[in-house]
Design a protein around this ligand. Structure first.
Ligand code: IPM
Ligand code: MG
Length: 362
């Protein structure tokens, strides 16, 4: 098969981790007879430096013309002074909106080899951590009106949180469909004791649940959910929630699995073209030192093969190679146990190379 992938290296550690993922994809192409061609896209701080715009229109067009997009990370202190509408992160938000990828899937699964890297007590980890956060990605407070105005002699900042029924319904359906393929339990997370948008969210979820009688729907307030994720994560299977709650809860969920550096994500809309990225940021403090963990990005590439290119064997092949390397004891700094017992500290490039060495056609 021939596929064109738009590649956004971005800022900070983005270029290093994306390069490892591309090498993994190249090897998969050789093993399984696929041809992946890459179209470079500038986005974020590097695009601001080069083009004065975090996502120039022609860059978005390259993404829309591709079969899928692989993205590293954007942002960094260098661009902290630029106005909100031109920040590096704005490029990512425009990309998500432009691609209409409203459904963001963030798995929180503990690799058995990394159980000791979880900050939770072993007796909690042993009960199992394997859930998915389905995060609404193109609505809510991220995309409402943003403004800073003067009122009574002081600045007042406004961020509008809005959701329409149709926006809630389409992400709700993804939540139910995802739960249907797993243990048929869906937890809808909101703040309906305070927010109108959450009361509408809850109402739409319950309307939808009549179409999915085989899925058990529960409601949970977001503050309680944040607590339950550390108290007993084994209770969750699929969580569906709005944009900002999903942003916050997915960082929390990733940490209990050992490291945010391990977690990939897929963002999809109504077409097969998706946006695939690790959920971590650009980590400018460790950029260029060959110590970042490329696994989240490599697993994001695997998700691309599985969900956008219908290549499940190829995706399995990558995931098995990651598992093998972890079993062999190789660890980047973020997942190295404090006593490093039985483990070998590995840099970003070496981790990529080890995963490639372990790719075995199944
Ligand atoms: C994420 C990130 C982004 C978000 C930032 C970089 C805009 O934190 O993908 O979780 O808030 O969605
Ligand atoms: Mg985030």
């Amino acid at each position: 098969m021939q596929k064109t992938i738009a590649v956004i290296r971005g800022d900070g550690i983005g270029p290093e981790i994306v390069d490892q993922a591309l090498q993994v994809l190249n090897r998969i192409g050789t093993l399984y007879g696929h041809e992946f061609t890459y179209a470079d896209v500038d986005m974020g701080g590097s695009a601001i430096d080069k083009w004065g715009d975090p996502l120039p229109p022609e860059m978005l067009q390259t993404c829309l013309d591709s079969d899928s997009v692989l993205f590293g990370a954007v942002g960094g202190p260098k661009w902290n002074h630029v106005p909100g509408s031109m920040r590096p992160e704005k490029g990512l938000l425009r990309l998500r909106a432009g691609m209409e990828v409203y459904s963001n899937n963030r798995p929180a699964k503990i690799w058995p080899q990394l159980a000791s890297a979880s900050p939770l007590k072993p007796e909690i980890v042993e009960k199992g951590i394997d859930f998915i956060i389905v995060r609404e990605l193109t609505g809510g407070i991220y995309f409402g009106r943003h403004d800073t105005v003067a009122e009574n002699g002081e600045a007042v900042a406004i961020d509008q949180l809005r959701y329409s029924e149709s926006e809630i319904r389409r992400i709700g359906r993804i939540g139910f469909e995802t739960a249907r393929k797993r243990s048929k339990r869906l937890c809808s997370v909101e703040k309906s004791n305070v927010l109108d948008s959450s009361r509408l969210w809850k109402k739409v979820m319950h309307q939808l649940s009549e179409e999915y009688p085989d899925v058990a729907l529960t409601d949970m307030l977001v503050d309680n959910c944040a607590m339950q994720i550390v108290k007993d994560p084994s209770q969750f299977d699929v969580i569906v929630t709005e944009n900002m709650f999903g942003d916050i809860l997915s960082d929390e969920a990733s940490m209990i699995t050992g490291s945010i550096g391990m977690i990939p994500s897929s963002s999809l809309g109504d077409s097969s073209r998706g946006l695939y990225e690790p959920i971590h940021g650009s980590a400018p403090d460790i950029a260029g030192r060959d110590i970042a963990n490329p696994i989240g990005t490599i697993l994001a590439a695997a998700m691309m093969l599985r969900y956008s290119f219908d290549m499940p064997r190829e995706a399995d092949c990558i995931e098995s190679a990651v598992s093998a390397v972890l079993s062999q004891g190789y660890r980047t700094a973020d997942i190295l146990p404090p006593d490093a017992a039985g483990c070998t500290l590995t840099g970003c490039r070496d981790m990529g190379r080890l995963i490639i060495d372990n790719l075995k056609k199944g």
